[in-house]
Design a protein around this ligand. Structure first.
Ligand code: PLP
Length: 475
């Protein structure tokens, strides 16, 4: 006997009819195919009029609903159109992502299936699909298969938070207020934010000096740790970067690992931006020592070109992560503890979790690891190309030779106002979109190349736009 969907007054039934489901799926697929097909020609930034669109879309849900799916789809697309074009080839600001269609399809299926992935027993094979991904992440950094464990988070910030909490628990226990942790002033803000959320005040923060290439000075680190110990503090955590957000600098991970080992600190590597360059020969060489870390943050929604919402954390010793996050609950007594498969709930702040492994597993399986490796190698080449083109221009000062895929630059003769004008002029082209930062208190523009959709043609166009703009603003 077939069961008719329950009608809702005037609106779509909570379980739409098969025809309605097909029609919605087809409309979304068509819209996405057209959207992705138009990315190369889409303006790199389209926020003009966006607040008016926001105002027009401000509304409350109606009691009666509507079955006009087409109108809702139009609204969503209109909202998405008035934004930075994060997924396009000209998006070279902040840390670009990508937005793989294969991940979007995986996500559609995953949300439709609505499997629960907080504990292993309700859905063992679904947990296994996520484990395929997290095992691969651990293997990328040669973490020991017997003890290591990964989890997928919603982003790098949450991964850094779990890392700091794990480090705190492992090294300091419950009375931790005399603990001190060590970063450079190039570390991403999510690290200090994580420490603040984890209960550490500004007194716990130590800023380690950097060398001329903006990398942590490991000797200075060791000296500060010694001073802190002498002052009765408990140094517990050092965070190195495998690619800083400002300039892509890679800290001397091996030397930091030496210090951390000698001084008994937890060594966390924030590789949210740079981590997947480990797939390339150049990246692997630059990350030497990362394999000695206690934990590493990796963001598939950056270096694997996934849509926003997927980060990752790998930890050398899963018991440390469990000790920091586990809270038993009587209402979960029917569900067994982790065994061959993990209970992610015991390792993270989350209980209910979506089937997020699929949106990484399908792209990896469909495109193959070498497709990612090739794309990331191409980004390293493109960065050298951009750097060379800007370095050749006497009006432009390039800051640091890129260690990954960021080129920082500014006018050779120009104050902050002139450099702001330069950025405005470049972005007004709408073919590329760049962002700025402060390094040592000084204003710099950045080109950051990550998206799989960015190729040599757009980088050449970008450097031509920058040079023209520099001539116009500087001259
Ligand atoms: C080095 C680094 N760490 C952490 C983060 C935070 O990651 P998310 O934005 O995924 O929370 C970023 C984001 O750009 C980053 O570049």
């Amino acid at each position: 006997m077939s069961v008719e969907p329950l009608p809702v007054a005037g609106g779509m039934p909570l379980d739409p009819s098969p025809e309605q489901m097909r029609a919605m799926g087809a409309a979304v697929t068509e819209a996405l195919v057209a959207w992705i097909g138009g990315l190369a020609d889409a303006p790199a930034v389209a926020t003009e009029g966006a607040l008016e669109v926001a105002q027009r879309l401000a509304s409350a849900p109606t009691d009666g609903g509507s079955d006009d799916f087409a109108a809702l789809l139009d609204d969503a697309l209109e909202a998405a159109r008035h934004t930075f074009e994060y997924s396009g080839p000209g998006y070279l600001a902040y840390i670009p992502g990508g937005g793989l269609y294969t991940a979007a399809v995986a996500e559609f299926l995953a949300q439709g299936l609505n499997r629960y992935v907080g504990l292993w027993q309700p859905s063992p094979a679904v947990v296994q699909l996520e484990e395929n991904v997290t095992r691969w992440l651990c293997d990328l950094f040669a973490f020991p298969p017997e003890t290591s464990q990964g989890v997928l988070t919603t982003g790098g910030s949450l991964a850094n938070l779990s890392a700091v909490v794990t480090a705190r628990h492992a090294k300091l226990g419950h009375d931790f207020l005399d603990g001190t942790y060590y970063v450079t002033n190039q570390a991403h803000g999510s690290n200090t934010k994580a420490a603040t959320i984890a209960g550490f005040g500004p007194d716990a923060l130590r800023i380690v000096p950097t060398d001329a290439e903006l990398r942590m000075d490991a000797d200075a680190l060791e000296a500060i740790i010694a001073e802190d110990r002498a002052a009765g503090k408990r140094p517990f955590l050092v965070i190195g970067a495998a690619g800083t957000t400002n300039t892509g600098a890679v800290d001397p991970l091996d030397a930091i690992a030496d210090v951390a080992t000698r001084d008994g600190l937890w060594f966390h590597v924030d590789a949210a931006y740079g981590g997947f360059f480990v797939l390339t020969d150049r990246g692997r060489a630059r990350f030497a020592g990362a394999e000695r870390a206690d934990s590493i943050t990796l963001d598939p929604h950056k270096g694997l070109f996934l849509p926003y919402g997927t980060g990752g954390l790998i930890v050398r010793d899963r018991t440390t992560m469990r000790d920091a996050h586990f809270e038993g609950a009587a209402y979960l007594q029917d569900l067994p503890p982790a065994g061959d498969l993990p209970n992610y709930n015991e390792l993270t702040p989350e209980l209910s979790r979506d089937m997020r492994g699929l949106r990484v597993w399908w792209p990896l399986s469909l495109h193959g690891v070498s497709a990612f490796q090739d794309a990331l190698d191409e980004k390293l080449d493109l960065t050298e190309r951009a750097y060379a083109a800007l370095e050749a221009d006497p009006a432009i000062e390039v800051g640091w030779h890129p260690q990954l895929t960021v080129v920082a630059f500014r006018l050779r003769d120009g104050d902050e106002g002139a450099n702001r004008a330069l950025l405005e002029r470049i972005n007004a082209s709408k073919r590329v979109f760049l962002s700025s930062t402060l390094i040592g208190g000084e204003y710099w523009l950045r080109i950051c190349i990550v998206s799989h959709r960015t190729h040599a043609d757009r980088i050449d166009e970008c450097t031509a736009i920058v040079r023209e703009a520099a001539a116009a603003v500087g001259g």
